[in-house]
Design a protein around this ligand. Structure first.
Ligand SMILES: *[C@@H]1O[C@H](CO)[C@@H](O)[C@H](O)[C@H]1NC(C)=O
Ligand SMILES: *[C@@H]1O[C@H](CO)[C@@H](O)[C@H](O)[C@H]1NC(C)=O
Length: 348
């Protein structure tokens, strides 16, 4: 917040005015130090967006810290040592007792009348966040900054192309509920365990490329349990919404791919789907697309001409999926968690 205060100081007899760094709470209009509470009361009333003010109640200190709020303050939010009062014209006898000025102005009283002084509030350059690109024409009150995600990043929640924040009359950007999350990975290490910032929804696709190492099973676990995320021992996952396993371990598992579920550490039986022809042999590169449509959940191994699918509704609760864990017996060269087109080009 950058405000030219010389004029104000003269007319409002502000003793010291310290504009603190942007406060954590977006409702904080301004934070100032005064010599008494009445000055805070007046400044709040003179600035129309102010609905309440808080002052420190330390009786030993010679100054009071004054915080102006643009939203009603809940009692529960008031820390001890502070007192919060709703803005009123009580005790103000000059012409500013009526709120004549607009939300971006401050009323400055004179003996016979008042002046509405426009505050040159500025929200400053939008924050620098990983993978985030802000487009804006200016950073003054009322102006918007549009967030889009850089290449390799996706908007969370999934499915949104952009998000907008507005520079508010308190000189702070409105809160963004969406953010950009890394979704594309080159040669990530295995196990590959990622929190998904969105719920899996119809229309979701993803792409995985790598090499099947072929001593056992290559598994993709869609996890429904927050705790499992930190569990690096994939065999110990407790709640697996969906496991897709490509098995090449003839003596134990035989030669199959399977789709299974695990709840409270117990595998569902029989598996949701089993096919008899694991198409990869050890050392084979693969390109795998997962595609969740309204009708099917499909896993396609391009090149190998292999597709397995099962109905997308009623069997697996995709909404419950919070993490993806890819483990065992494979190398990954590329992962895209939300590739709208699946793997392009589809070949290996
Ligand atoms: C910037 O101004 C142009 C031209 O008026 C407008 O089309 C565009 O939407 C504005 N961008 C933002 C982020 O407000
Ligand atoms: C395993 O799968 C491969 C590839 O489809 C096939 O050639 C082979 O015959 C299968 N082996 C068994 C034991 O089913």
């Amino acid at each position: 917040m950058h405000v030219t205060m010389t004029y104000l100081q003269k007319h409002l007899s502000l003793v010291v005015l310290v504009l603190l760094q942007r406060a954590v709470n977006s409702d904080v209009l301004q934070s100032t130090t005064f010599s008494n509470t009445q000055q805070c009361h007046r400044l709040c009333w003179y600035r129309p967006p102010c609905v309440a003010y808080s002052v420190t109640t330390d009786v030993i200190a010679s100054d009071v810290t004054c915080i102006l709020h643009s939203d009603p303050v809940k009692n529960a939010d008031i820390p001890s040592g502070w007192q919060t009062t709703t803005a009123t014209a009580k005790g103000i006898s000059n012409s500013c007792a009526v709120r004549h000025c607009s939300l971006t102005q401050v009323c400055v009283p004179s003996l016979t009348s008042h002046t509405c002084l426009t505050l040159q509030l500025d929200c400053g350059v939008p924050p620098s966040l990983p993978g985030s690109v802000f487009a804006y024409n200016g950073t003054g009150v009322g102006q918007e900054a549009i967030l889009t995600c850089a290449s390799g990043y996706g908007m969370a929640p999934y499915g949104r192309a952009q998000a907008t924040m507005t520079c508010q009359s308190n000189g702070q950007w409105s809160t963004l509920t969406d953010h950009c999350q890394k979704v594309e990975f080159d040669a990530p290490s295995v196990p590959f365990i990622k929190r998904l910032p969105w719920q899996l929804d119809f229309g979701w696709k993803s792409c995985f490329r790598g090499t099947f190492l072929g001593n056992g099973q290559m598994v993709f676990n869609f996890l429904a349990d927050e705790e499992d995320y930190l569990n690096k021992d994939v065999a110990q996952y407790q709640n697996v919404a969906l496991q897709i396993a490509f098995r090449d371990h003839f003596d134990v598992y035989r030669n199959i791919t399977s789709f299974s579920r695990k709840v409270s550490n117990v595998w569902g039986s029989p598996p949701l789907q089993q096919t008899a022809d694991m198409p990869l042999t050890p050392g084979d590169p693969f390109t795998l697309t997962f595609d969740l449509s309204f009708e099917w959940f499909e896993a396609t191994l391009q090149g190998a001409g292999y597709t397995a699918k099962f109905p997308s509704q009623g069997i697996v609760n995709f909404n419950s999926v919070v993490h993806l864990g890819i483990a065992q017996d494979l190398q990954l060269t590329y992962v895209h968690l939300t590739s709208a087109a699946g793997c392009t080009p589809p070949g290996v």
